[in-house]
Design a protein around this ligand. Structure first.
Ligand code: OSB
Ligand code: MG
Length: 382
């Protein structure tokens, strides 16, 4: 039986074209963990761990993920046959709480390896039905409403089908008001608070109801399902949960409690594709729309999100901007592009992740490199 033979971890540094600010922090240069998974038949693929630089979005960071990958996650994955990617999540979760992004990186890599081995695209292996992903942009918090309007106008002209505005207390109503005023009543707008509010802010958040937002994402804390339910009862605008939905049980809790009406699925946040698909299927059964969120991924992680977002219940625009929205130059060829109608095409006829990693460029950007093998981990200096 074919098994994973070794997993190489690399950290690359990739500067964003402009800083990305959310309510809990700012990123100027991404520190990205890439994985290269090799099986015992000599097949290989690339994957990405979406953990951030700081523990502001979730408890994980690239450094905690690196530790978890080396010590607990990758060793458990070595025991699973590569043709059974559905067995990875239970295997890497045995005796390992949390660390979902570390688990997801390996789990998703094993799905891609399986796709590669079967000669089909990742989208087809997952059951994707869409040829193209309807795409939205996520705009970071800006200094002034005018700065945000400028970016929103440019985004609409570029074809983005949904514009998400990051908000925080003191940088909310006036910013949403300015963008709605500039783009008019028909633009698809939403706001994402990244947990910046409390239930006591409900009267203030109620002021957003008049802007016809398609949703407000994660206004309250990650564990605040009951309080999200109370807030949803007070607001007309649908709530969408991101940080709160860490597995399929949390999605079920959201639905049962009416704590939100829409789910942002990020496969990294939920431990990989098995959980992401389970959430997608559960939401479909309950008539809850889902869309695919992003974590400022390189072209490698983006390939996985594109494949996932090709499933049928991804019925709202996803945060899957093209490479040029983030980087001067991506690490994959072809780079991810979006057409004038805001569509990112799914590479359905290419085996595996659908893009090729520019290994020379990755080598140039690598600041840390470690090869994990079944018995002993061998450290290699960058
Ligand atoms: O809350 O969706 C979020 C980026 C980092 C951390 C959290 C979030 C985001 C984004 C980026 O919104 C979306 C993208 O990758 O384009
Ligand atoms: Mg979010």
């Amino acid at each position: 039986m074919t098994h994973l033979d070794r997993v190489a971890l690399r950290e690359i540094r990739l500067p964003l074209k402009e800083p990305f600010r959310i309510s809990s922090g700012v990123v100027t240069e991404r520190r990205i963990c890439l994985l290269e998974l090799h099986d015992s038949d000599g097949m290989s693929t690339w994957a990405e761990c979406v953990a951030g630089e700081e523990p502001n979005y979730s408890a994980e960071t690239i450094d905690t993920a690196w530790l978890a990958l080396r010590e607990w996650v990758v060793p458990r994955a070595f025991d699973v046959p590569v043709d059974d990617p559905a067995a990875i999540h239970p295997a890497v979760s045995r005796g390992v709480c949390g660390h979902n992004m570390a688990k997801a990186a390996v789990e998703m890599g094993c799905w891609a390896l399986a796709a590669e081995r079967q000669g089909v695209s990742l989208s087809r292996l997952l059951g994707g039905t869409r040829e193209a992903i309807v795409t939205g942009i996520s705009l970071g918090i800006q200094r002034t409403p005018g700065d945000l309007v400028e970016r929103a106008v440019r985004a609409r002209a570029a074809g983005f089908r949904k514009i998400k505005l990051k908000i925080a207390p003191g940088m909310d109503v006036a910013f949403v008001d300015a963008v709605r005023g500039a783009l008019g009543p028909d633009a698809s707008l939403m706001a994402d608070a990244n947990s910046a509010y409390t239930l006591g802010d409900a009267p203030h958040l109620k002021a957003l109801d008049r802007y016809g937002l398609i949703m407000i994402e994660q206004p309250l804390g990650r564990d605040d399902l009951l309080r999200h339910a109370a807030l949803q009862r007070l607001l007309e605008t649908p709530l969408c949960l991101d940080e709160s939905i860490t597995d399929v049980d949390r999605a079920e809790d959201m639905i049962q409690l009416s704590a939100g009406r829409i789910i942002n699925i990020k496969p990294g946040r939920v431990g990989g594709f098995s959980q992401a698909k389970a959430i997608h299927d559960l939401a479909a059964r309950h008539g809850v729309p889902v869309w695919c969120g992003g974590m400022l991924e390189s072209g490698v992680g983006r390939a996985y999100n594109v494949a996932l977002a090709s499933l049928p219940n991804f019925s709202l625009p996803s945060d899957l901007s093209p490479s040029a929205r983030y980087w001067e130059r991506d690490v994959v060829t072809p780079e991810w592009t979006m057409d004038a109608d805001g569509l990112v095409h799914v590479p359905k006829d290419v085996a595996g992740i659908g893009v090729t990693v520019d290994v020379d460029r990755v080598d140039d950007l690598t600041v840390r490199h470690e090869v994990l093998a079944p018995r002993a981990a061998v450290a290699v200096a960058a």
